[in-house]
Design a protein around this ligand. Structure first.
Ligand SMILES: NC(=O)c1ccc[n+]([C@@H]2O[C@H](COP(=O)([O-])OP(=O)(O)OC[C@H]3O[C@@H](n4cnc5c(N)ncnc54)[C@H](O)[C@@H]3O)[C@@H](O)[C@H]2O)c1
Ligand SMILES: [Zn+2]
Length: 404
């Protein structure tokens, strides 16, 4: 992230009011590179990502890698060291790359945050040094939080390695870890310095994780871009076969829609009550917790989108039949649209899933705002959810799943 064009306008106190109004705006800018072979010394992208603002300086950087990535690419640490040596005029690797347990585990371990912060402290990392995070969305969220809170903000370069992280989370402005059994309870809004989407990393990803990340692309199509949704439908066979060209197109378009939303929504740091990008997410976040993270984020989002699509049909917002179209697409991609925890009840007999609505509101504050569909490609915000009707939608998904 480079914060440039900082504008300061001093507003003089109103006569006798005693109020000084402080006002400034900071423009953020960060590149998202699409490449392959990011750590091939012949590829200048990674060096450029780090050195682009001060090309004549030598930049210190520390690397933290997801252990799921290392398991499939044991020499990655050495490749990075060789890359740094080849670009020694502008890069200095401050220490051997660290490996950290990837997946949701790393967001559930408070000791890890402190361990990584201490590591940066020990290595003398300052605000002009770089923390490079290589991994899935969970590891990027953790390391992003460590970067944002060390020295109040060390430069962060993300190298996302899953479909979900490349097409959604890694190109955005959020980070965080889980606390008190609430997802992302602790975190900040902090744009990265740069993002390097190296599509080669997707080759080692499990089939399950390749599919999971496609949920965010379906989401982007559903709420923003009917043509993209139609393309996903027409490419579904290529996508479920993980054909590289199709997967690349999906990742690029989804990332672009995500970035455009952040840049143009007028609320990049979500200060209002709305979370328009979070279609299907109120239920998804709750399901991730209820299942003890047995469901991947993308898998939970797929269920949440199907649920809210059915609810929109039942309440007359979305034309009947469209929910079937959405469910069919998600199932053809490989998602299962049901989980037994959806009908679990608490001690008071109420469905636990529904507390996800309250938690969704609490995460932002303000009025409950849920994005629903009024047609494919177009999301609208609603402020009330009929819980009885929502549980009928849950029952519909259950029956549908049983019939398959
Ligand atoms: N910050 C945001 O805006 C935002 C948005 C959406 C999701 N998220 C978060 O992202 C997380 C989910 O991320 P995810 O779907 O990328 O899954 P993940 O990070 O949980 O990774 C899934 C698994 O894949 C492994 N892995 C990662 N890259 C690999 C590779 N190239 N080859 C082989 N294995 C690899 C990991 O070790 C892990 O076991 C959730 O915590 C979610 O809350 C954040
Ligand atoms: Zn998501």
């Amino acid at each position: 992230m480079s914060a440039r064009n900082s504008v300061f306008s001093r507003v003089a106190p109103e006569e006798d009011s005693g109020v000084y109004v402080q006002r400034f705006a900071v423009a953020y800018e960060y590149p998202v590179y699409f490449t392959r072979g990011a750590f091939d010394p012949a590829n200048p992208v990674f060096a450029d990502a780090i050195a682009r603002l001060e090309p004549t300086h030598r930049h210190r950087f520390v690397v933290i890698i997801d252990d799921g990535v290392v398991a499939k690419r044991r020499r990655l640490g050495m490749e990075i060291a060789a890359y740094a040596a080849a670009w020694a005029e502008c890069l200095e690797l401050a220490a051997e790359p660290d490996t950290v347990a990837g997946g949701e585990r790393c967001k559930n371990d408070p000791a890890l945050v402190e361990r990584l912060q201490r590591r940066l402290c020990d290595l003398g990392i300052d605000r002009h040094s770089y923390l490079v995070a290589i991994g899935g969305g969970a590891l990027l969220d953790l390391v992003g939080y460590v970067a944002a809170t060390s020295h109040r903000g060390v430069r962060l370069v993300r190298v996302p390695t899953t479909v979900l992280a490349q097409d959604d989370s890694g190109v955005g402005v959020k980070n965080g870890v889980n606390a008190f059994a609430v997802k992302n309870f602790v975190g900040t809004f902090s744009p990265p310095f740069a993002v390097v989407n190296d599509l080669d990393f997707l080759d080692t990803l499990s089939a399950r994780d390749r599919v999971a990340g496609m949920a965010e692309a379906v989401k982007a199509g559903l709420i923003r871009d009917a043509a993209f949704l139609a393309w996903i439908e027409s490419s579904v066979e290529a996508l479920r076969a993980f054909q590289p060209g199709a997967l690349e197109q999906l990742v690029r378009r989804c990332a672009e829609l995500h970035m455009r939303h952040i840049a143009t929504s007028g609320d990049p740091f979500e200060q209002g009550s709305a979370r328009p990008l979070d279609y299907g997410h109120w239920a998804a976040h709750k399901l991730e917790i209820l299942t003890g993270h047995a469901l991947r984020h993308g898998e939970a989002v797929a269920i949440g989108m199907a649920l809210d699509a059915r609810y929109a049909v039942q309440t007359g917002l979305l034309p009947a039949g469209e929910e079937e179209r959405i469910c069919r697409l998600l199932e053809t991609l490989g998602f299962r649209l049901w989980h037994p925890t959806m009908e679990h009840t608490g001690p008071d007999g109420a469905p636990v899933l529904l507390s996800g609505l309250r938690e969704f509101r609490e995460h932002l504050g303000g009025e409950l705002t849920v994005t629903l569909l009024e047609r494919l490609g177009h999301g609208v915000e609603v402020h009330e959810i009929d819980e009885t009707e929502m549980m009928r939608s849950v029952a519909w998904l259950k029956d549908r799943d049983a019939a398959r």
